[in-house]
Write a protein that binds this ligand. Structure first.
Ligand code: PLP
Length: 403
């Protein structure tokens, strides 16, 4: 992995604000985009800005071919068995809502989750509880924030139909032991959904080896265009699911009073699609494959160690999650006694062009349960450097001296 070469692929990293470069540490929210992805998006608009599938003319068949290639690229990227298992969505949130609204859950069926779910994997099930009377149960994390396998085993009773969990947490960067969880859940007759929004961009993932039933992830967190995502589902499940958004592009045949749905994945992709986004997303997957996700994981661990070592002694500063940075992937989330998290983030931006996220990161439920108002979150990616980490530590120290 060559960081200088990687950095040169990202046009925004050449940008200067007030004579200084930018340090982009808000990758858990949205990653930057390499030139290759931007060019692929432009290719759609400049070469064949038509719709796929519907028309028989040349431009349309070119787009159709691009979409098929993109589906194949995503299948390879996540090591799925079949192209029908890849559904393009707008984001992780849409993929999770699709599942919550399409699975056949009834009164008394239980959905088992961690205590650190993003609102996108919490609210859709909460609404099902209100509407259908499903049950929900949460596995409390261990003292250090890591997954408690014993607590999970105890919570995994026969009424648990779905285990829907965040794979890598956007709150503290911890990752759950997915393979063991899937094995135990299947032994219990439960299906497993993984919210892979924060793991897919950073870690090698094989849907086949994990044997997971469903995966949801976003393109914009993995160098892809904004408003793109994927739902992966094993073919046998996808065939049984009833789509919840239907209309054009989803049906084979209809009369005024009847209809026949297309097979997966088309039955889930209603209406005209974001073809430029789909093509750009596949290009992002190719880019990540060329760098190698193992290399990205190692690089982020090293950066996380640099930041953690640099800030852990600061008086009044608490890091959320385990002390060991290797257990927090590329995420350093912290709060400082007596100092507002938004103020810290604003000063990092205005003093030194350092972009971090501040607040509750859509995990309000965890913050409310722990009586913590919010945190500052630095989240790292392949183009970040140790030098940027050192600048971050220095600038943070300067700000905290103002306390
Ligand atoms: C763990 C996790 N799940 C789900 C989401 C929702 O992603 P999106 O807004 O792309 O749908 C996010 C976004 O930050 C996330 O971090």
């Amino acid at each position: 992995m060559n960081p200088e070469k990687i950095r040169s692929d990202f046009p925004v990293l050449q940008r200067q604000i007030n004579g200084k470069g930018i340090v982009y540490f808000d990758n858990a929210c949205m990653s930057l985009k390499p030139r290759q992805v931007i060019e692929k998006i432009n290719e759609y608009y400049e070469k064949h800005p038509a719709c796929a599938g519907r028309s028989v003319h040349r431009l349309s068949s070119e787009v159709e071919e691009e979409v098929q290639n993109a589906r194949e690229a995503m299948k390879k990227f996540i090591d799925a068995k079949k192209r029908e298992e890849i559904v393009f969505t707008r984001n992780t949130t849409e993929a999770l809502n699709l599942l919550a609204n399409s699975l056949d859950l009834n009164k008394g069926d239980c959905v088992l989750q961690t205590d650190k779910e993003h609102s996108s994997n919490l609210i859709p099930w909460l609404i099902l509880q209100e509407r259908k009377g499903i049950e929900r149960r949460f596995v409390k994390s261990g003292e250090d924030g890591t997954f408690d396998m014993d607590a999970f085993q105890q919570a995994l009773t026969k009424d648990v139909k779905i285990v829907s969990m965040v794979h890598t947490s956007n709150l503290d960067g911890t990752t759950i032991p997915a393979r063991e969880i899937v094995k135990a859940a299947h032994d219990n007759g439960s299906l497993v959904i993984l919210d892979a929004a924060q793991s897919m961009p950073h870690k090698p993932i094989s849907a086949k080896k994990m044997d997971v039933d469903f995966l949801a992830f976003s393109g914009h967190k993995m160098l892809g265009p904004t408003g793109t995502g994927v739902l992966y589902g094993k073919k046998e499940h996808m065939e049984k699911l009833k789509p919840f958004i239907v209309g054009g592009e989803t049906i084979k045949f209809s009369t005024y009073n009847s209809f026949e749905l297309l097979e997966p994945p088309e039955k889930f992709e209603a209406g005209l699609q974001d073809y430029a986004g789909i093509m750009g997303l596949a290009e992002a997957a190719r880019y990540l494959d060329s760098v190698g996700k193992e290399n990205i994981t190692m690089h982020e661990a090293e950066l996380n160690r640099t930041i953690t070592e640099g800030i852990k002694g600061i008086e009044g500063l608490s890091i959320i999650g385990p002390e060991n940075p290797e257990l927090r992937s590329g995420i350093v989330s912290f709060f400082v006694d007596g100092m507002d998290y938004h103020q810290i983030a604003m000063l990092l931006s205005s003093n030194a062009n350092i972009m971090v996220r501040s607040g509750q990161h859509c995990v309000h439920s965890w913050f409310n349960a722990h009586g913590i108002k919010g945190s500052v979150r630095a989240s790292l990616y392949l183009y970040n450097t140790k030098e940027e980490c050192r600048t971050f530590i220095e600038e943070l120290e300067k700000i905290l001296r103002l306390k």
